[in-house]
Design a protein around this ligand. Structure first.
Ligand code: ZN
Ligand code: ZN
Length: 117
């Protein structure tokens, strides 16, 4: 099997929401979720106020992001700004279907559409 630098198929997701938002960094809500393909850390997308996934992707060796949204299976290389194909990753492949986007429930401001990037 081909090994792609920045992808560890065995790494499990850190949780069901952005690890940094849930830890209290920033306003604490996100639009969509991304998964670090190397270590499984869940972060928030670039539309989100804190853009934690892209911040994490600047860590050397952690440049490949995978969508953590239900029904999405794309990989994105943040270093080269290119989509790529990758192997099957350890489940779960997305946040729970009943978890809202934007999320998490109760943290999203009513005017979130005005606050996204
Ligand atoms: Zn976040
Ligand atoms: Zn990572």
């Amino acid at each position: 099997m081909t090994t792609i630098e920045g992808i560890d198929p065995q790494a499990v997701p850190s949780g069901t929401g952005c690890a940094d938002c849930l830890a209290g960094d920033g306003p604490g809500w996100w639009v969509h979720l991304r998964r670090c393909a190397q270590c499984g850390r869940i972060g928030c997308c670039d539309s989100s106020p804190s853009q934690h996934a892209s911040a994490h992707a600047r860590t050397p060796g952690h440049q490949i992001l995978r969508s953590f949204e239900p029904g999405e299976d794309w990989f994105w290389n943040a270093a080269t700004q290119e989509y790529l194909d990758g192997p099957a990753l350890a489940p779960p492949l997305a946040h729970p279907a009943d978890q809202p986007a934007p999320g998490p429930a109760g943290k999203v401001p009513a005017d979130w559409r005005q606050q996204i990037n």
